[in-house]
Ligand binder design. Sequence first.
Ligand code: PLP
Length: 390
Amino acid sequence: MEIYFDNAATTKPRKEVIDKMLPYITEKYGNPSSIYKIARENKEAVDEARQAVAEAINAKPNEIYFTAGGSESDNWALKGIADSYSDKGKHIITTAIEHHAILHTCEYLESKGFEVTYLPVDEYGIISVEELKSAIREDTILISVMFANNEIGSVQPIAEIGKIAREKGIVFHTDAVQAVGHLPIDVEEMNIDLLSLSGHKLYGPKGIGALYVRKGIKLKPFIHGGAQERGRRAGTENVPGIVGLGEAVRLASAEMEEERTRLVSLRDRLIEGILTSIPHSRLNGHPEKRLPGNVNISFEFIEGESMLLLLDMKGICASSGSACTSGSLDPSHVLLAIGLPHEKAHGSLRLTLGHFNTDEDVDVVLRELPPIVQRLREMSPLYEEYLKNK
Ligand SMILES: *Cc1c(COP(=O)(O)O)cnc(C)c1O
């Protein structure tokens, strides 16, 4: 049995979620736009899911638009706001540590004549509210800052950012894909205008997500076609996915406090254990302002990728700080942004805990990881050099 410590990449769908989805894949296949019974049932199921998603973030159901996932929500928010507000200005503010769904969309918008300011972060991966304030210009139309980072778990001061954006009359979007269902979110209290979320990061299905759009915000449709999603996102609804997302969000919200306490304690035991048993290791991200399930540690003198292979041989699924999987040898832009030199960024390991992880899983990693690091260091020319010069 594998030990799954990669919950920031995706999560295992919960059984309650699958059970709730199944009838909508088999018998209840009607098109929600039709008028007979099996169609009406589907429409009701979609409405119920919309209600659940809205409640989880203190929005209204008619402010929730279902999409095909976090990336689509991010694309729609940025391109849609850029398109709808370009007569007011062409300046966008975001951060250097966003997910590629934001960063690559910003690059695209730059190619279309928009100007983007990428706010730096401190050594913990958190932006400065003062720097944000001074980046704001007359022609700034959008601020997009992620709620919590997928690599190092750092949580941004979202309520403060929302307050500033509201005072200046600038639209505020947050990529909350890693946060929904894990941290409390209130779009009213935090002055959030748009928010992206995704099903598969909170024990729901893949390929389904949502975009919250505050009533009154102008946002052009992303997919043109039928009248689904109040004419703003065409296409026959992914009913099984929507039902699954609704159930996943409902469960995660109901169990959030309990789950958060449990994960924080597992997380901190894992961090403590690794830092004390393995020399030349350091925690990346903020010690407290971090996602309940996120552990990200750099080990000097070794490569993250080789750690992953040896962990895999022990049945442990984890992720590293270099983006080799995406066909590039560049270290993560997030680790570079917090000031790690290339070598240290390359030697990083991300272990992300979730709903199905236990105390025993943590014990296994604390037992298996130190000899793996030791073995790799014994083969490392960098380590040899370090010992020689000590
Ligand atoms: C996973 C992720 C996304 C993309 O979501 P998909 O549903 O996989 O498209 C966007 N932003 C963050 C922060 C993520 O972790």
